[in-house]
Ligand binder design. Structure first.
Ligand code: HEC
Ligand code: HEC
Length: 284
């Protein structure tokens, strides 16, 4: 049937077809110029941030996770570190210029964040660290935290309690501080120089740690910018985005702006084929 429709001679008069062609061309141009304008705002960092960005210490009244201090864990952590981390971060945690930052003073938060999200140990020091299944079981992570904090010092890990946060405040703060990169539904995206992950798997503690330390190109926020109640609220909002109610429009499974954009492209291309068929004419 489609083949017949594609091959039959058009019954629409030539002038009308010309008009449709001009109108759709003008429509396409406005759409393209609008989406280009929309894409050009939003915060976009220019280049990779300096390697060591010490995390902000927890503010007054902040919730923190106790740092493990047992001598057995510290000893276990040391052998794991020497084996899996020292080649880049140095045997004394001092870092290696151009390869990996020093871990002196980073404290428990970044270590827990990078290990529990599987970002470390990094395979290639030039690559952006990315979320993967963790390389260590929880005990190995605790051991590395114990050793690195014992050797290098630094603040305890921050955390957040979504049940004490406010959803509406979380939405507002996320919109102001995070959505420019992570998209308002926390599905991630791309900024210049980095891929931005979706937040579908981050735990409240990982959210608090990311906010205080700012992994990779992400900025970091101290307690005067986002206090503990703000952190709790952000965590509550991020958890909420995993089961959003779709108020109108097509949800398309909330897959994120890039794939949703592809769906739009697909629909657009399909309608172009139809328009082309309406205005075109077979000459053979
Ligand atoms: C191939 C080299 C490499 C290996 C191996 C490696 N790292 Fe890293 N690490 C890096 C690089 C590069 C960065 C900086 C990443 C960034 O810019 O976000 C980093 C960053 C970190 C940070 C954040 C530091 C900061 O300034 O906030 C922590 C914590 C960390 N690594 C822990 C570890 C631990 C623990 C191991 C071993 C289990 C490990 N790394 C193994 C290269 C490596
Ligand atoms: C300039 C862009 C930018 C902004 C603004 C930003 N982030 Fe990020 N965020 C990133 C990037 C890039 C990463 C990935 C870092 C990496 O590769 O290690 C990230 C990672 C994360 C992660 C880890 C996700 C995971 O599961 O591994 C969390 C959680 C997070 N951000 C939360 C936030 C919150 C909450 C805010 C607002 C307070 C925020 N981000 C603001 C760019 C941004």
């Amino acid at each position: 049937m489609i083949a017949r429709w594609l091959h039959h001679r058009s019954r629409i008069p030539r002038r009308l077809r010309m008009l449709v062609a001009l109108l759709s061309a003008a429509g396409c141009l406005t759409l393209v110029s609008q989406s280009a304008a929309a894409g050009s705002n939003g915060s976009q960092p220019g280049a990779r941030a300096p390697l060591t960005k010490l995390p902000f210490a927890p503010g007054p009244g902040a919730e923190t996770v106790p740092t493990p201090t047992s001598p057995t864990l510290i000893a276990e952590g040391q052998s794991l570190f020497d084996e899996r981390c020292a080649s880049c971060h140095g045997l004394d945690l001092q870092g290696r210029r151009g390869i990996a930052p020093s871990l002196i003073g980073v404290g428990a938060g970044p270590v827990d964040f990078y290990l529990s999200t599987g970002r470390m140990p990094l395979a290639n020091y030039r690559a952006q660290p990315w979320r993967e299944p963790p390389a260590f079981k929880r005990r190995g992570i605790e051991a590395l935290i114990a050793y690195i904090v014992h050797r290098g010092g630094g603040p305890p890990a921050p955390t957040a309690d979504p049940s004490r946060g406010s959803l509406s405040l979380g939405f507002r703060l996320f919109d102001e501080n995070c959505a420019g990169c992570h998209s308002i539904v926390a599905r991630g995206g791309i900024v210049i120089g980095a891929q931005v992950p979706n937040l579908q798997r981050a735990t409240p503690q990982q959210i608090a740690e990311a906010v205080r330390m700012g992994p990779y190109l992400m900025p970091h926020f101290d307690a005067t910018q986002l206090n503990q109640h703000d952190l709790n609220s952000l965590a509550r909002y991020v958890l909420w985005t995993r089961h959003p109610e779709n108020l109108g429009g097509w949800g398309i499974y909330n897959i994120g702006p890039i794939p949703e954009g592809l769906v739009t492209w697909f629909l657009g291309l399909l309608s172009l084929v139809i328009v082309i068929r309406l205005i075109g004419e077979r000459t053979t």
